[in-house]
Design a protein around this ligand. Structure first.
Ligand code: AGP
Length: 606
């Protein structure tokens, strides 16, 4: 996590570095810092808290220097305070780092014995001292090469040298890093997003590589220090999409944008002329696939879990779902006939990337469902299905969740058809239903007022539960995740049928419990489970869909009714009030909605 920026220019860089850091805050926001080189000295300013605070510091406002590096931090080693904030500098070298150095304790011991003095509790500081140590006897290329070889773990680095007024070094292993090219200046950034306002010409570093960023050119090296050539990519410019318009928070906008983002996804994938799904370039023979494994983290994992229900319903494939951080270290039985699908909004999540890497190294078929098409995960996968929902800024994932579900649903339909598990007429009917979905989401967004009122009760609660069965179970998990990450209220998502096997003991008088009970196959069973929690004092918020018959149940505290559609698509609609519930609970508590405490948008450490 953490964001890195570096600029080597022929004009003052501090203000541009600060602006870029603001864009990078989605990667971490517990502390920030900047270092520039001027008149042969490294100037460093750091602060705990946000970039705004750094910007207001008079030292930053008067900071000189035409070359510099900046950082926003998401703490791994050491408290989020100004001492542990990056850059970390010796007299000769200044370093910003994203990732974790796993052998920092050992390296620190070695360096302390050599007389190096440490100021912070971070793992990063060993990098500063290692480079400083090697520079005593070796040139820059060899010092960097030697330092990188002794580091275990993951890193993206930006390095500034006191004696090199025209050099920023970038290096990557495991954490993303990009180089950007401008007129008379060049840049380093932890992703293309940070660089987009300055350039659309980008080169991504691959694992093991490092680069020398000079004002007028960039040199790339492999891990042996041999010069290599790299491609320059041109990115499309979509700056306007980052605006939150009249909304108070990106999250509120991103929730309300969902009818549009779904429409975009549908436009890309539905072939109206042929009544088909536009996945014609599927790179494998359909009969070579007999099972599928879906892998992701957090919300992306929930969309994988959702997809399991659809794949089982619509295809005869064996389906398994995995949390990336578990998958990557388990003794997996890799199967040639298995398709591995990696789901990630950012496309940079370290655990998901590592799981993909593992599958690739074992010669498996890999496909990714991502939002950021230039991301590391997209670039590494054999086949990419973009979700086309536009930049998502709010740390809590909303429109990307619906986008991921849409693509996974579409993929399950396509594979069902190709495998002849699904009849063409049913397939065509389901395509029609998909086309109606944006409109139904739009109407379901009108539950807003009711949810606003209901959210007050959640705010006063010690804890809450989200229950669902079948298609609604993954949505219950997602609803609970949204509430806890935004409003810091303890929330458990559970399969409704599991309550009596333990969690029922948590229910006490007045506890808010959300029950997802759409009119599907599970409806009656879920309503019985709902009565069991009501009988133990729970205040039940029932979320169901429109139907001709009224809910046949008593003592329900509140009911929210979403639109109706075919059973497969109800999860999309059930998600909307849960996103709003989390949003309004956090709003009423006055929390930072787009940047919840302790979290970051892109989780590039494991
Ligand atoms: C969701 O609201 C989260 N903030 C988080 O769980 C997120 O979905 C997870 O970190 C995975 O991110 P990715 O989709 O970018 O891989």
């Amino acid at each position: 996590m953490c964001g890195i920026i570096g600029i080597n220019s022929n004009k003052s860089v501090s203000a541009t570095i600060i602006n870029s850091l603001k864009k990078l805050e989605y990667r971490g926001y517990d502390s920030a810092g900047i270092a520039t080189l001027s008149e042969g000295l490294i100037n460093e300013v750091k602060t705990e808290g946000r970039v705004d605070k750094l910007e207001k510091n008079s030292l930053v406002q008067n900071m000189e220097g035409k070359i510099g590096i900046g950082h926003v931090r998401w703490a791994t080693h050491g408290l989020p305070n100004s001492i542990n904030a990056h850059p970390h500098s010796s007299q000769n070298v200044s370093v910003v780092h994203n990732g974790i150095i796993e052998n920092s304790t050992l390296l620190k011991k070695f360096l302390v014995e050599k007389g190096h003095k440490f100021k912070s509790q971070t793992d990063t500081e060993v990098i500063v001292h290692l480079i400083t140590e090697h520079l005593r006897t070796q040139n820059i290329v060899n010092s960097i090469k030697k330092t990188l070889k002794s580091l275990h773990g993951s890193f993206a680095l930006g390095i500034l040298f006191k004696d090199q007024p025209d050099l920023i070094v970038g290096a990557r292993r495991g954490s993303p890093l990009a180089v950007g090219y401008g007129p008379n200046e060049n840049y380093l950034g932890s992703d293309s997003y940070a660089l987009k306002s300055m350039t659309n010409k980008i080169t991504y570093l691959d694992d093991g590589e490092f680069c020398f960023i000079k004002k007028d050119h960039v040199e790339f090296f492999d891990e042996e220090g041999t010069k290599i050539n790299k491609k320059v990519l041109e990115l499309s410019s979509d700056e306007k999409k980052y605006d939150k318009g009249d909304y108070k928070h990106f999250m509120a906008k991103e929730i309300d944008d969902q009818p549009i983002t779904l429409k975009n996804g549908i436009k890309e994938y539905l072939d109206n002329t042929n009544n088909d799904i536009n996945i014609y370039n599927f790179p494998w023979k359909i009969n070579d696939i007999s099972s599928i494994t879906l892998i992701g983290c957090g919300t992306a994992y929930h969309s994988c879990l959702m997809a399991k229900y659809w794949f089982e319903e619509l295809t005869s494939l064996d389906v398994s779902v995995d949390i990336a951080s578990e998958f990557r270290y388990r003794k997996n039985r890799f199967k040639k006939e298995n398709l591995y699908v990696f789901v990630s909004q950012s496309g940079e999540t370290a655990d998901t990337y590592a799981a993909l890497d593992l599958c690739k190294n074992n010669g498996m078929k890999t496909c990714s469902v991502v939002n950021v098409i230039e991301s590391s995960i997209a670039r590494k996968s054999e086949f990419v299905l973009p979700i086309h929902c536009g930049t998502e800024i709010g740390v809590a994932s909303t429109k990307a969740f619906l986008g991921q579900m849409l693509i996974l649903y579409i993929l399950s339909l396509k594979l069902g058809l190709l495998r002849k598990d699904l009849k063409k007429e049913i397939f065509i009917q389901k395509l029609k239903d998909i086309k109606d979905l944006p409109n139904l989401v739009e109407k379901t967004l009108l539950t807003d007022n009711k949810i606003q009122t209901i959210s007050s009760t959640f705010n006063k609660a010690k804890g809450s539960m989200f229950l669902g069965r079948g298609f609604s179970y993954p949505i219950a998990l997602e609803g609970a995740l949204k509430l806890k990450e935004l409003s810091y209220i303890h929330a458990e998502g559970y399969p409704a049928g599991e309550m009596k096997h333990g969690p029922l003991a948590l229910i006490e008088e007045g506890m808010p419990v959300v029950v997802l009970a759409p009119r599907d196959n599970y409806y009656k069973k879920t309503i019985s489970n709902m009565q069991e929690v009501i009988a133990r004092g729970a205040k039940v918020l029932l979320i169901t869909n429109k139907s001709n018959d009224n809910v046949i149940s008593e003592n329900i505290w509140e009911t929210v009714v979403v639109e109706s559609t075919n059973e497969d698509l109800l999860p999309f609609l059930l998600t909307i009030p849960l996103q709003k519930l989390a949003y309004y609970s956090a709003l009423k508590k006055g929390f930072d909605i787009d940047k919840p405490r302790n979290l970051a948008k892109s989780v590039t450490v494991e």
